[in-house]
Design a protein around this ligand. Structure first.
Ligand SMILES: *Cc1c(COP(=O)(O)O)cnc(C)c1O
Length: 367
């Protein structure tokens, strides 16, 4: 759906009548966990057919009023993004490659027949909110402000077609380390009964519907004593795709790395893209090619495969230690975080925190 050519959106500011008092805020962010503490403000921008984007507002965070016939509640026209504001070593806050989130958001919008938001408006919306709620930054190990931009179809209409009315929002959640004990190796369950995305489906879009469909297989993984589910391709049930919300990398004894290609059924992770670049800069050969479950098991047994890790914004880089599925279980390397996994994680985290040079201009400082 085309976006109307619009003049620059100015954000209006609605003052908060009663922000959370400093003492209560300090208590809330002392051990924030993930996704359960929220800040004082949110951003909203409206879109109507014929009018385009309008009414960009930074205001108090509050429940939404939605007509019960709002299209999102029935046909799941919804997309989202996730990115973090980090504390740089010099005290400033910064976002990591936010323009990539803006670009991916629009790719998701196109797939879900939703209007695109100009990339600079997306980035400004995230910045405006992070600045307004910077006092919520949790000064804990691995702490960040997790920013959640999303868009819903709020037109009250039960016919099945793209809605004519949407709302874009950004909310902000102070977060601690995704994993309580830092970055242990996770144990993953290969789902043989369920897939995440089929060719021609919405696997490459960041939409809530993909997550809704992953909850049963994820619950199955937990019930069997594992941390995460890993999905195989829907056509042959043979090729490894990704976890419910993280991309995968395989490290071999000849120094090469393989990650599944972006063939339309995998979410193009920004962490994935960044790690590919960092690994190539280290002189490692990174191949984006298909890798099968059978090969994974055989390579782990022969010792050809040294490490496997998963990556995404929430947990950055996480080692995979154990893999189990219908045909049994295998261990990767020593079962804990491998050398390259740890080194790539440290390199990326150092760039994100401004303690290493940033030759690609990935870090966007908030003034
Ligand atoms: C968001 C997401 C990722 C990771 O993307 P990042 O940009 O690295 O955070 C991976 N897989 C799925 C399914 C996702 O939704």
């Amino acid at each position: 759906m085309a976006t109307l050519a619009e003049p620059r959106l100015a954000f209006s500011r609605v003052p908060h009548p009663a922000p959370v008092p400093a003492a209560a805020r300090a208590a809330a962010i002392a051990d924030p966990g993930f996704g359960k503490v929220f800040t004082d403000h949110m951003v909203t921008i409206e879109w109507h057919e014929g009018r385009g984007w309008h009414d960009a507002t930074l205001g108090p965070r509050a429940p939404l009023t939605l007509d019960p016939a709002a299209a999102v509640l029935h046909y799941a026209q919804e997309i989202f993004e996730g990115l973090k504001a980090y504390r740089l070593d010099d005290g400033a806050l910064a976002l990591f490659r936010p323009e990539q989130n803006a670009r991916r958001f629009n790719a998701s919008a196109r797939r879900l027949a939703m209007p695109e938001l100009p990339e600079e408006v997306f980035v400004e919306a995230v910045e405006v909110l992070a600045r307004a709620d910077r006092a919520w930054f949790p000064e804990v190990q691995g702490g960040s402000l997790y920013m959640r931009p999303f868009m819903i179809a709020d037109e009250p209409f039960l016919g099945v077609r793209p809605a004519k009315q949407y709302k874009f929002l950004v909310i902000c959640s102070p977060a601690g380390n995704y994993f309580k004990s830092g970055a242990p190796a996770v144990s993953i369950w290969v789902s043989s009964d369920y897939t995440r995305a089929a060719p021609g489906g919405t696997g490459a879009a960041k939409c809530g519907g993909n997550y809704a469909a992953s909850l049963v297989p994820q619950a199955e993984a937990i019930a069997r004593g594992h941390d995460q589910v890993v999905f195989l391709d829907a056509a042959e049930r043979r090729w490894i795709e990704e976890l419910g919300g993280m991309n995968l990398f395989f490290v071999f004894d000849d120094g090469s790395i393989v990650t599944p290609p972006l063939s339309g059924t995998i979410l193009p992770g920004i962490t994935r893209d960044s790690l590919i670049m960092l690994a190539r800069e280290e002189g490692l050969a990174v191949r984006e090619e298909r890798y099968s479950l059978d090969q994974w098991r055989a390579d782990a047994a022969s010792g050809k495969l040294l490490e496997t890790f998963a990556c995404g914004t929430a947990a950055v880089v996480t080692a995979v230690g154990r893999v189990a599925g219908r045909d049994g279980e295998f261990t990767i390397g020593g079962g804990g975080p491998g050398q390259l996994t740890s080194r790539l994680r440290e390199r990326l985290v150092a760039i994100q925190h401004g303690s290493a040079p940033d030759p690609h201009g990935w870090v966007k400082r908030l003034s």
